[in-house]
Design a protein around this ligand. Structure first.
Ligand code: MEZ
Length: 496
């Protein structure tokens, strides 16, 4: 018999197999609004009072943030003032883009195309970013049976009506053009035999509007953006972190102090406009969670902007992706794309029960997994982790042989490396820290609150997704708000 898991896990798999036929014909019930509310309040990590601290300084003084973020907001600057003379300018540009991921690159490309002299500074390398790690796809309402209005309703409702309406409006209205732009730049989206883009569902989406490149959509998008930045010969300063925003005598952003991470040397970039596009805080392992994030996602831009005087929005709202790897331990917390559920896999507890609809929103599904494990219906691994099953063999049964390799090849190969064949056995998952729902407060045009000539885009900016983001709306946000920031920063630089 094929046994990739230890005995106790194989025992549970027998129960999963025993209920499969019946589960295939009965879709799990959707929860009522009251049931969702109760589930979130009892099991979502955002409701754990011990994990949050009061912010003691700055514009959000008196509000709560995760302990680790609050500590960073309280800490002093990484700038050693005696070591830097800000009157000695090393770089002089129109637009300084801080961050070399999807938002920073989109921003730099558009600013360059608008005629600005632009420079990217990034603490790792260009493309070392969460955009690279995103798997399932990018949303846009560009099919006949869909509309930006429908997209708006899904995103706004999915975010618990907490987003800024003007930001959601920009996100959904500019989505179709974002897809067109990426397609023209050379992103290889999944297409049917007639060359039309193939779209799928995501959690909380009422229409099939997820545009994907198999299950490596983010890597494909980042590859294309990076190539474009290099083709346009936009200067990129790598392994260099921005440690302080420089403001002029009127309190307007006028550049940044940079720290070379390898040499420890400081330099000064003067700029007419500055864009913070540094990503989120997902590598902070809040509450000991594993993470799907890249190593650079350590809240740098949130702290940088906050220290300059920009308030944070929803800094206490974190997205735990319901399906992070729970076994094997070598890839603990790695992302199992939501696409796995959108092409047919169900969430099933240790007793073989499909206890929830697989396409509820992420916060609801993450809370559901945590509840099943806490209440003794999870599966224990030899490493002392817990999880529930994602019944992947259903994908092949529903979609026909070869569906897994065709639709989610990267995921399939990742598990095969550990002897786990997703076509034959389910995979064990548990929530993983995925996304900072909030971030620096921006207005409808992308400008940071309180500080003229400063903009923020991508995960560093808050208010676009409220307190829960839908799948594929982050890649979209990165492109839409990255491009917008580039155009706005270039235009503003002409006035300065
Ligand atoms: O938007 C995301 O976070 C995403 C596409 C993740 C995934 O499940 O693939």
């Amino acid at each position: 018999m094929y046994t990739p898991y230890p005995e106790n896990m194989m025992e549970s798999i027998k129960k999963v197999e025993a209920t499969r036929a019946e589960r295939m014909s009965t879709e799990p019930r959707r929860l009522t609004a009251d049931e969702k509310d109760a589930l979130l309040k009892e099991f979502h990590p955002d409701y754990n009072p011990d994990a949050f601290a009061e912010i003691k300084v700055g514009p959000n003084k008196g509000q709560k943030a995760p302990l680790e973020l609050a500590e960073m907001l309280h800490s002093t600057s990484r700038l050693v003032e005696e070591k830097v003379d800000i009157t000695k300018v090393d770089y002089d540009v129109d637009v300084l883009v801080i961050g070399g991921g999807g938002a920073g690159s989109s921003c730099a490309i558009e600013a360059h195309n608008a005629g600005a002299n632009v420079m990217i500074v990034t603490k790792l390398r260009i493309g070392d970013a969460n955009t690279m790690m995103a798997e399932g796809g990018i949303q846009a309402a560009d099919k006949e049976n869909d509309s930006p209005v429908q997209h708006y309703l899904d995103a706004f409702g999915g975010g618990h009506f907490a987003a800024k309406p003007e930001l959601v409006k920009r996100l959904v209205m500019e989505a179709p053009d974002a897809i067109k732009w990426l397609n023209e730049l050379g992103v290889m989206f999944d297409k049917d035999a007639d060359g039309r883009m193939v779209t799928t569902h995501g959690g909380g989406t009422s229409r099939k509007r997820m545009h994907a490149c198999k299950d490596y959509s983010g890597a494909e998008i980042m590859r294309t953006l990076r190539d474009e930045v290099l083709n346009l010969q936009i200067p990129v300063v790598e392994f260099t972190s921005a440690v302080e925003i420089i403001k002029d005598e009127k309190g307007q952003a006028a550049g940044a102090v940079l720290l070379n991470m390898e040499t420890g040397d400081y330099s000064v970039a003067r700029a007419k406009t500055v864009v913070i596009a540094t990503g989120g805080a997902g590598r902070m392992h809040y509450q000991g969670f594993p993470t799907s994030n890249h190593y650079g996602a350590t809240a740098d831009g949130l702290v940088l902007g906050y220290r300059a005087g920009v308030p944070l929005l929803y800094q206490d709202s974190i997205q735990y992706h319901p399906t992070g790897v729970a076994y094997p331990v070598q890839i603990l917390g790695a992302l199992v794309t939501e696409k796995v559920r959108s092409v047919g896999a169900q969430l099933v507890n240790a007793n073989g029960e499909a206890y929830i609809h697989p396409l509820e929103t992420r916060d609801v599904n993450a809370s559901g997994v945590i509840r099943e494990c806490r209440e003794g219906r999870g599966v224990e691994t030899p490493d002392g982790e817990h999880g529930v099953w994602l019944d992947t063999p259903m994908i092949e049964i529903l979609g026909g042989e070869g569906t897994i390799e065709k639709r989610i090849p990267a995921m399939f190969r990742m598990y095969m490396k550990y002897g786990i064949d997703m076509r034959k056995v389910p995979i064990l998952i548990y929530p993983t820290l995925h996304y900072q729902n909030g971030g620096l407060e921006i207005d409808g045009e992308g400008f940071a609150k309180n500080i003229p000539n400063l903009l923020a885009a991508g995960e560093a900016a808050g208010g676009i997704h409220g307190t829960n983001r839908l799948m594929g709306n982050s890649l979209l946000d990165v492109i839409v708000f990255g491009r917008n920031a580039g155009k706005k920063a270039a235009a503003k630089a002409k006035e300065v």
